[in-house]
Ligand binder design. Structure first.
Ligand code: ADP
Ligand code: MG
Length: 684
């Protein structure tokens, strides 16, 4: 029932259905699960004399005379209606709302909800919501505010949700088994949903939130544990206990590892010699030196007679890692064969690489998703490294690891995430932290400037280019967007080339280029043939050009802080003092405050926490892949207690009832299969 098409809901025609689809609402169930982003408290009716400052208020007023209706421009009409309550007067102004003329009846009472302004002591509100005082259904309640799409108002969505509840309330079934709801003092799913849309009181609302958080967490945890149990073998017969090549590589490195790097290497070595498969996540800020730790681990694998593979989310990164590995190998004069495999590797070359991998002629393979394709086979895969894990799902990790017989797994991420989130998303991983930067690393100096100061920033860049350094100039989008006046990288490139930077060698990098083109540009930048690189955020992960000293980000306010932090991490990688210049084109205080966080600290964890505090967790984190809505994360992330309860419960269930059999478990099972529909779930 709940999976009937949304078109069958009263009040939804083909037109509205299309709009709802833009919000990912395809079925009745989707609509009921489309939770408000916030609420408006309309429980209290204000009297006019209580309003001493502007704000959003609910009033109950009487229309005292026939409203005035005028045309003020060719396509603009205005209605002015004067109303009163027992304590004073207020003018309601409506633009282009002609139909109201028939509805507004002199002498009638109305509820009016809107932004009230005070001008010369007189109250006024423009385009408020208005409803008849005797037919109202919003006044006196807490009303939901939904995320909207073009052509669909909050009022419309609210009404549809209300209709859906009226018709389908009893079709809302529990996902959690009854015994769990009882044991953990949760509530039924229908109670929970209705209280999230139309909270009747705070206590019920909290219980509703907790119930849904519990539900979602249990689905996630059981799914993760299931994948882990079925596809990631705990016991491994692969012992990686020869460190010769790895230690030799370290001896030839032009620098000494930091204590943090050594500590993580120790933790890894402990894992590698136990009889359990390593399953470890390295969290470390941009530039903390995760790559060399990964290379070390791969060399332990090779030293011990196994193959190692490393998967990166983008071609750029894969190529960069490959270059780093090559360099390490060459410096230490190791006799090791490494190759790189990406989507754009030529067919013939690819055949050759695949053959060598299978025959064991290759020791190390670096690549993109291309590595998880079915025809990629290894002779004896001992270690799987994935970089920037949050871009890969569990399934992909499992798929790569299944190309060997329980190989060890190392995952790296530079996206610092709060502990609860980490537990949720990487619940099955042990976590190592590289919490120290290499010494002598200069702190990147960050400036926040306004649009007007942009030219000075360009001059600043030119000075650096003149003394032999290089720079990045980041534009947010590739193509002109209809709604956003973002500088497009291509336009910006053309503009800068023919104006400020004529005479300089500029390069252009964006996501729509083929990987061959990208590679060419990055190589030129790396070799210094391009002095300033105009780019979209494709450079965000991993590009490593130590000679680059300035990172200029236009429209910086449109980026997440964590993303800006990543971008900033592209400079300050060599021995020169480096700068990050953020052009904040917004005038809001909130935006300025956000930018200033970056000025204050270089610590990615602090930045992530702050960003989460200001914008909520959904924005900076690639949550889509995990099937979690913004609501889910927000709801869950601060609820450590529930998280712990669910973890214990999940472990218990996996032990006592791993097949999730029994009548109460059917829905839970289906939801897990749904959430992980791209993954392979097997309940036996
Ligand atoms: P990330 O953790 O962001 O992946 P990288 O591994 O790319 O960082 O390292 C950033 C830079 O720091 C590289 O140029 C690397 O060679 C260098 N580096 C790594 N470890 C050290 C160290 N202990 N001392 C000096 N430089 C280091
Ligand atoms: Mg890295």
């Amino acid at each position: 029932m709940l999976d009937s098409n949304i078109q069958f809901l009263k009040g939804v025609g083909p037109n509205r259905a299309l709009k709802l689809q833009k919000l990912n609402i395809f079925t009745i169930g989707d609509l009921l699960n489309y939770l408000p982003v916030k609420y408006e408290d309309r429980r209290k009716v204000k009297t006019i004399n209580e309003i001493s400052e502007p704000g959003k208020y609910l009033l109950k007023v009487k229309l005292i005379e026939k409203p005035k209706h005028n045309r003020i421009k060719k396509n603009m009409t205005i209605i002015k209606a004067i109303c009163k309550d027992d304590t004073g007067f207020i003018t309601l102004t409506f633009f282009n709302n002609d139909f109201l003329m028939d509805k507004l009846i002199t002498g009638e009472w109305y509820y009016v909800f809107g932004n009230v302004k005070i001008a010369y002591g007189k109250l006024e509100t423009t385009n408020p919501e208005i409803e008849s005082a005797d037919k109202d259904w919003k006044a006196g309640r807490i009303m939901p505010v939904y995320g909207l799409t073009y052509g669909l108002s909050n009022n419309e969505i609210t009404k549809l949700v209300k209709t859906a509840f009226e018709i389908y309330y009893n079709s809302i079934h529990n996902i959690l088994p009854e015994e769990i709801i009882k044991e953990y003092k949760l509530t039924s799913r229908k109670e929970a949903l209705i209280n999230l849309h139309f909270p009747s009181d705070l206590r019920k609302y909290s219980l509703a939130k907790k119930t849904l958080a519990f539900e979602k967490l249990l689905i996630m945890q059981l799914g993760l544990f299931n994948i882990k149990n079925n596809f990631l073998k705990e016991i491994s017969h692969i012992r990686l206990n020869n460190k010769d090549l790895a230690e030799r590589m370290l001896a030839y490195l032009p620098y000494k590892l930091t204590n943090a790097q050594f500590k993580v290497i120790d933790e890894i070595n402990e894992d590698l010699k136990s009889n359990k498969a390593m399953n470890r996540l390295i969290q470390g800020d941009v530039g903390s030196g995760k790559t060399v730790v990964a290379v070390y681990t791969m060399l332990v694998a090779v030293s011990s007679g196994y193959q190692a593979s490393m998967m990166a989310p983008t071609e750029i990164l894969a190529l960069q890692h490959y270059a780093t590995i090559k360099e390490c190998i060459d410096l230490a004069g190791l006799n090791i064969k490494a190759e790189v495999l990406t989507g754009s590797t030529k067919a013939k070359e690819r055949q050759e690489i695949l053959r060598k991998l299978k025959d064991g002629e290759l020791d190390i393979i670096v690549g993109t998703h291309a590595l998880i394709e079915d025809n990629v086979e290894f002779k004896n895969l001992g270690l799987v490294v994935t970089d920037e894990q949050h871009r890969f799902g569990v399934r992909q990790r499992a798929k790569l690891s299944n190309k060997g017989n329980a190989p060890h797994i190392l995952v790296m991420t530079a996206t610092p995430i709060p502990r609860t989130l980490a537990l949720m998303l990487y619940g099955d991983l042990d976590i190592s932290l590289i919490d120290e930067m290499p010494p002598g690393r200069q702190k990147v100096i960050t400036y926040v400037i306004s649009e007007k100061e942009k030219e000075r920033a360009y001059d600043f860049i030119k000075k650096h280019l003149d003394s032999g350094r290089q720079a990045y100039i980041i534009a947010p989008l590739v193509e002109e967007s209809e709604n956003l006046d973002l500088d497009s990288a291509t336009d910006l490139y053309e503009e800068l080339k023919s104006s400020y930077f004529s005479g300089y060698s500029l390069g252009l990098l964006h996501g729509k280029m083929t990987s061959g083109e990208k590679e060419e540009v990055i190589n030129k930048f790396y070799e210094g043939k391009i002095s300033a690189l105009v780019s979209t955020t494709v450079v965000e992960v991993g590009v490593n050009v130590p000679n680059a000293t300035v990172m200029l980000v236009l429209n910086a306010e449109r980026f997440g802080l964590a993303q800006l932090h990543q971008l900033r991490g592209r400079v300050g990688r060599g021995r020169y003092q480096s700068y990050c210049i953020l052009v904040n084109e917004s005038k809001s205080k909130k935006s300025r405050d956000r930018m200033n966080i970056l000025k204050r600290t270089n610590n990615g964890f602090i930045i992530a926490e702050e960003d989460m505090r200001i914008r909520g967790p959904g924005d900076f984190f690639g949550i889509r892949q995990h099937g979690l809505s913004k609501f889910d994360i927000q709801n869950i992330v601060n609820d450590v207690e529930t998280l712990q309860q669910v973890r214990l419960l999940s472990k218990k269930i996996m032990k006592e009832n791993p097949g999730l059999t029994g009548p109460g478990y059917q829905n839970l099972k289906r939801e897990i299969a749904n959430l992980f529909k791209d993954e392979t779930i097997a309940f036996n």
